[in-house]
Design a binder for this molecule. Structure first.
Ligand SMILES: C[S@@+](CC[C@H](N)C(=O)[O-])C[C@H]1O[C@@H](n2cnc3c(N)ncnc32)[C@H](O)[C@@H]1O
Length: 268
């Protein structure tokens, strides 16, 4: 499906600033001192979110169905000098993409372009790939979105979004509906959900579980005990009774309101 759309004008107009939902998710990770953090950027486009993650020291697997997107990502002038060691890329559809367990799966303005028939399996894959305590950040489009007639895209009602998030701790769920423009300046009615959700820690999780040693080098393995013994890591690894038992995390300052910044940036 990714191949049936022409993304070239979108890539040419793509912004350089990372998405707000990603920044809010990263603020939350900043409070937790995650060891050797690893993120998947699904539908990375030209890579403004990937670049931000790399600048903050994350390892990133950036996935997109378009080779042109991945090429533009590699050519970005704002990648840190150490990017080559921490960036992997994959040209693949959402349906066929493969990725290891991750602390964060970020998918900014991309999952709605998944075919409806493929979406449930892709979402399940995202959920399963999150470490306990890991997060999803990104957007889904609502059923009143101006593009909701597109048969090869996926739209959700609020009830459906809430059902998708039922097994996660919802940290932000902001519904936005407004008239605006697309990245290339066309008028559009936007109906979307900004989402940050966290996979709960499973009952009885033990220190070190969920850390995929296979993706770490010898140096980072040596860092695990020191990092895992910090106060915040003990807090992070503490078993919890259930996803809703501790209530939602306190909101971060300010809503994810595109009206307070730039309009959502999307093709066409
Ligand atoms: C609107 S752009 C968003 C790009 C970037 N994440 C951003 O925030 O600007 C959507 C991206 O998803 C990719 N995409 C769309 N459908 C896809 C699919 N089925 N599999 C893989 N990538 C897909 C497109 O190639 C495009 O780069």
């Amino acid at each position: 499906m990714s191949g049936s759309r022409d993304w070239s004008r979108y890539y040419a107009a793509a912004r350089n600033e990372p998405r707000e939902a990603l920044l809010y998710a990263l603020q939350r990770f900043d409070q937790e001192e995650v060891c050797d953090p690893f993120a998947v950027d699904l539908g990375c486009g030209t890579g403004q979110d990937t670049a931000e993650l790399l600048r903050r020291g994350w390892k990133v697997l950036a996935i997109d169905g378009q080779a042109a997107a991945i090429e533009r990502l590699h050519e970005r002038p704002d990648l840190p000098g150490t990017a080559a060691e921490r960036l992997q890329t994959q040209i693949s559809t959402f349906e066929q993409a493969e990725w290891p367990e991750a602390d964060l799966v970020n998918s900014s303005f991309a999952l709605p372009f998944c075919r409806p028939a493929a979406f449930p399996a892709v979402w399940q894959r995202i959920e399963r790939s999150l470490h306990p305590g890991g997060r999803f950040s990104g957007q889904l489009f609502g059923d009143r979105d101006g593009w909701s007639g597109e048969q090869d895209m996926t739209f959700h009602t609020r009830t459906q979004v809430e059902a998708l998030l039922a097994s996660l701790e919802v940290e932000q769920l902001e519904e936005v509906e407004e008239d605006g423009t697309t990245a290339i300046g066309r008028h559009k009615h936007w109906h979307l959900f900004h989402i940050i959700a966290r996979k709960p820690h499973s009952e009885g999780r033990r220190l070190g579980q969920g850390i995929n040693l296979g993706r770490m080098n010898a140096g980072s393995v040596a860092l695990i005990p020191e990092c895992a013994e910090s106060q915040s890591e003990r807090e992070r690894l503490k078993p919890r009774a259930g996803p809703l038992s501790s209530g939602p995390a306190p909101p971060l300052p300010g809503p994810l309101d595109p009206r307070s910044s730039r309009p959502p940036n999307s093709p066409r």
